[in-house]
Write a new protein. Structure first.
Length: 167
């Protein structure tokens, strides 16, 4: 972990992301009990990623609030070619906004997860801060950690080449 935070500090890592391979522990992860090469790679984590980075990055002083937004929002949008439609609050952008509650305290549990699998990578770890409200294109889609959006409101965003290193 220290090496990864050091790479962030030195600028070697410019995004913190997840591949979120949401395999069930009971049904899928045990496929490799007799041969480890049969274990599906990855772990669930997308739903907790930003909360983990806040708790163990911002709250511990490893990164600033500004660096948090850069690593989790702005740079991923740039690298994936969807900036400035996504990843920034600006005229003409989609108005995707997270109102974050830095005072929230809790514990990561699979019971509270929206990931749809039977375990949490972070089960039992302390959590400080979480999104209070999430707006997608100015529409409320999450409130106090619960999804309140409407199914089918997603939109395809066409990617364009973007050179993060050449800004």
């Amino acid at each position: 972990m220290d090496a990864l935070w050091g790479a962030v500090e030195k600028g070697y890592l410019n995004v913190i992301s997840s591949d979120h391979c949401g395999f069930n522990w009971k049904d899928n992860k045990h496929q490799g009990k007799d041969n480890f090469v049969n274990i599906p790679n990855g772990a669930p984590g997308m739903g907790d990623r930003m909360n983990v980075i806040w708790t163990y990055g911002v709250e511990t002083g490893k990164i600033s609030r500004q660096k948090y937004v850069e690593l989790c929002c702005t740079n991923p949008a740039k690298i994936n070619g969807i900036y400035p439609q996504k990843g920034v609050i600006a005229p003409g952008s989609d108005a995707d906004i997270v109102i974050f509650d830095p005072e929230y305290e809790g514990v990561f549990t699979n019971a509270d997860s929206l990931q749809g699998v039977d375990y949490s990578t972070y089960e039992g770890m302390k959590q400080k801060g979480r999104p209070d409200k999430v707006f997608l294109r100015s529409e409320l889609v999450a409130d106090c950690g619960k999804y309140v959006g409407k199914s089918g409101t997603g939109q395809f965003v066409s990617a364009k080449p973007f050179g993060l290193c050449y800004e």
